[in-house]
Design a protein around this ligand. Structure first.
Ligand code: 13P
Length: 249
């Protein structure tokens, strides 16, 4: 049985006080004991997150990493640096990075490779726009996004990654994919991986992201190929995120 993972993606939100309040609440709720929990905090807060969570079962990660390990890349943060902050995970290819910051499929492949080389678990984000869904291109788009990563790192290395299916039309819109819609894509992702290596397909955690709330989490996480969630807005609300984590237990 795959263990569930619930991840908080705070995006570019919060300040020291909010981070401190959320983390104390997560510790008090003893998150991370019955399912994996990871916090994707803004880079600037990672040392605070690391100091607060280091004795707990909660893990943390960066929201992005550079396509280089070091050098003259002003403003970037490398996988090496994330690792030094105690990160276990890093997001790769979130749709906001793809749409706003030029992260192509190929760049996502390189970022995945570098994250793996530093011992981080890349959470590779994939998903289609509404226009692509309506044109019945969902699986073509998702497979293409995954193929670029597999081409770069190889199918066996995918066993050390997590996949997050995040339909762009569901992110920040309040429109959650229905459990059946999510399950259909998750099953197809697993089938695509299985075509290449059945053992990797069986093991890999596939998270759903896009307007997950305390009200929708339980049913989504109950689907056979949904191994947890990547939660944006609702992860900034203490009791809601705790409820979402409990839904995965
Ligand atoms: P929302 O939960 O705010 O829709 O964001 C989802 C997301 O992008 C998580 O990475």
């Amino acid at each position: 049985m795959r263990r569930k993972l619930v991840a908080a993606n705070w995006k570019m939100n919060g300040d020291t006080a909010l981070v401190s309040g959320l983390l104390s609440g997560f510790l008090e709720a003893e998150l991370g004991a019955k399912c994996d929990v990871a916090i994707f905090a803004p880079t600037i807060f990672l040392p605070q997150v690391a100091a607060t969570l280091k004795e707990s079962k909660i893990r943390w990660g960066g929201q992005n990493s550079a396509a280089y390990l070091k050098g003259a890349y002003t403003g970037e943060t490398s996988s090496v640096m994330l690792k030094e902050c105690g990160c276990q995970y890093v997001l790769v290819g979130h749709s906001e990075r793809r749409a706003l910051f030029g992260d192509t499929n190929e760049i996502c492949g390189v970022k995945t490779e570098l994250a793996l080389s530093e011992g981080l678990i890349p959470v590779v984000c994939v998903g289609e726009t509404l226009e692509q869904r309506e044109a019945n291109q969902t699986m073509d788009i998702v497979r293409e996004q995954l193929r670029a990563v597999i081409d770069q790192v190889g199918i066996d290395a995918l066993a050390s990654c997590v996949i997050a299916y995040e339909p762009v039309w569901a992110i920040g819109t309040g429109v959650t994919a229905s459990p059946d819609q999510a399950q259909a894509v998750h099953a197809d992702i697993r089938a695509y991986v299985a075509e290449q290596r059945a053992s990797v397909a069986e093991k890999i955690q596939i998270l759903y992201g896009g307007s997950v709330t305390a009200g929708t989490a339980q049913e989504l996480f109950g689907m056979p190929d949904v191994d947890g969630g990547l939660v944006g807005g609702a992860s900034l609300k203490l009791s809601e995120f705790v409820t979402i984590c409990h839904s995965a237990e």
